[in-house]
Design a protein around this ligand. Structure first.
Ligand code: AKB
Length: 319
């Protein structure tokens, strides 16, 4: 195996995954080897990374300059518009979700970068696919702007690996639940909002109907999985589009029942909006046996461990 000091660039470093992934990468590789980037201006404490670049990831010249200036070897390219927001800005969603990925793959093809991580989503599956235990190799039929962009991205990842040996790795994230940084613009985000409202107001109106099941993952498990995939030996990876990740599956009603065990007076009602149609086109549960076999995917959090941890930490954060 080739050995070198990793120099890491994270795009979308101030987002829901980015903030936590950046902290873990700093712990592993040292702050001086981690460059965080995002659209916000630099300010004290913006990130734990040793460097911060205010950068629009669609600005190809600037991105190339940053890669060269810091001798970047590995890119975690997280910047993306999520499903709800993508429906409102389809052309921009396509541009943001696809073009920078291609640019990073091109730079890897030129030998400027050694490894790329790019997140895909359960949104790639879409209509006409069985609802439960959806396998790794089913036909993809996304019906949302976000799902279409993620499906195309997966195909590009596979293409750059097959044709040019580009080491780009990817996970189809389910809904991600976390307390440190709020999510924004996603269909699964009800499962984050519900905790804020439960603690602050004791009640929540869900934009997803009570019996709609979706796969979800607690952020700690998401970060562990991402790092595990990136550390896995190249030879053990059999999927170069994107790996299924199932996490746990539950409905808003089941989550509300779990929250009530911690906050007995909590109440929920349901007013589904345009995101219900998106959720209806997604699977309720995912088969992730290929990720388990290829690179040892494991989870530490089920619905009750996650609920307890969210409430414990958010109570302190919101106090
Ligand atoms: C979203 O809801 O858009 C995301 C996702 C499942 O990719 N959380």
């Amino acid at each position: 195996m080739e050995s070198y000091t990793e120099r890491i660039l994270i795009t979308g470093a101030l987002g829901q995954i980015g903030t936590e992934l950046t902290n873990r990468l700093v712990e592993i590789h040292g702050a001086e080897n981690v460059v965080a980037s995002g659209l916000d201006r630099w300010q004290e404490g913006i990130t734990s990374a040793g460097h911060y670049e205010r950068m629009d990831v669609t600005n190809t010249q600037l991105v190339r300059q940053v890669i060269q200036d810091y001798d970047i070897t590995t890119v975690y390219h997280l910047a993306s518009l999520l499903s709800g927001t993508s429906e409102k800005q389809p052309i921009f969603a396509w541009k943001l979700n696809l073009e920078p990925l291609l640019h990073f793959c091109e730079m890897a093809k030129e030998g400027l970068i050694k490894k790329i991580f790019w997140p895909s989503s359960i949104a790639v599956f879409g209509k006409g696919i069985p609802k439960h235990d959806v396998g790794q190799d089913v036909v993809l039929n996304p019906t949302t702007v976000y799902g279409i962009s993620k499906m195309a991205g997966e195909k590009w990842c596979e293409y750059y690996f097959d044709k040019h040996g580009v080491d780009v790795r990817s996970i189809r994230y389910p809904g991600l639940i976390s307390w440190k940084t709020p999510a924004g613009g996603g269909t699964t985000d009800y499962a984050v909002e519900i905790f804020y409202k439960a603690i602050e107001e004791g009640k929540y109106t869900s934009f997803i109907s009570e019996n709609t099941g979706m796969p979800m993952l607690y952020m700690d498990d998401a970060i562990n999985a991402t790092l595990k995939l990136m550390e896995a030996p190249k030879e053990s990876l059999t999927v170069r589009s994107s790996y299924n990740l199932g996490g746990m599956s539950f409905t808003p009603k089941e989550l509300a029942e779990e929250i009530k065990k911690e906050i007995p007076d909590f109440t929920i009602d349901y007013k589904p909006d345009f995101r219900q149609a998106i959720a209806d086109s997604w699977p309720a549960s995912i088969d992730d046996s290929v990720a388990k076999k290829d690179w040892g995917l494991t989870y530490n959090f089920g619905i009750s461990e996650m609920t307890k941890d969210m409430i414990k930490n958010l109570k302190v954060k919101l106090a």
